[in-house]
Design a binder for this molecule. Sequence first.
Ligand code: PEP
Ligand code: MN
Length: 264
Amino acid sequence: MNNDKQLKNWLNNFNLNHPLVIAGPCSAETEEQVLTIAHQLKDTDTSVMRAGIWKPRTRPGNFEGVGAIGLEWLKRAKEETGLKIATEVANKTHVELALKADVDVLWIGARSTVSPFIVQEIADALKGTDKIVLVKNPVNPDLALWLGAVERFYTADIKNLGVIHRGFSTYEKIKYRNNPEWQIAVDLQSRFPDLPLIVDPSHIAGDRNLVFDICQTALDLNYDGLMVETHHTPDKAWSDAAQQITPAFLDQMTVDLKIRNREG
Ligand code: PEP
Ligand code: MN
């Protein structure tokens, strides 16, 4: 498997002296909401704005995303703030629309990583792209599925690849929405040491009060970045309200987090 030193290049291109920060709402809701959040994030350490437009809800009957119109809102957020933009893609059509809208970062959700058919379809649609592609861990604690997805993207010649650790579901009631099982991400990192590793504290936590400590643990483990759900009025969010923080909270959090000295 190709595992050369080039792999962290895309991260180095951001030229940061701190971990990469990806922030933004769980879901794009309205154009006004996307632009309000983008402008509030502009003056933080955030480099990339995230927003889901096709939402993979576990049960039907919940808000399932605004769809392709959200790409227009993200494009406008990028034009107005200079932030790069990121969204989740879960099939070939999503990939085609996101590439057409010049989305900078495409991520594969936890419910897609479990399916080799879906992963392969997305990898084929992205073949050879220079976009940044981030692969979330599968919902279940299965390292092989996560590795398999990464391998499918390498095989499709996706060079600007990274992984997102968002925790693993359990039937047991625990303090977290998704059990971090840090060892699984550490094992993945040991096999692909040059693959940027980003924590998603929001989906691990399920509760905004736990977000800071999860970020600190990840940074202590030398993670390369954070993807944090951030909303201007978190309690009114249309999805994942309990875990979202405000841009102001995010800004303070990046000051308070003890960030280790990083090489290069
Ligand atoms: C999300 O990022 O909003 C999301 C749906 O995440 P996950 O795939 O980790 O559940
Ligand atoms: Mn979410």
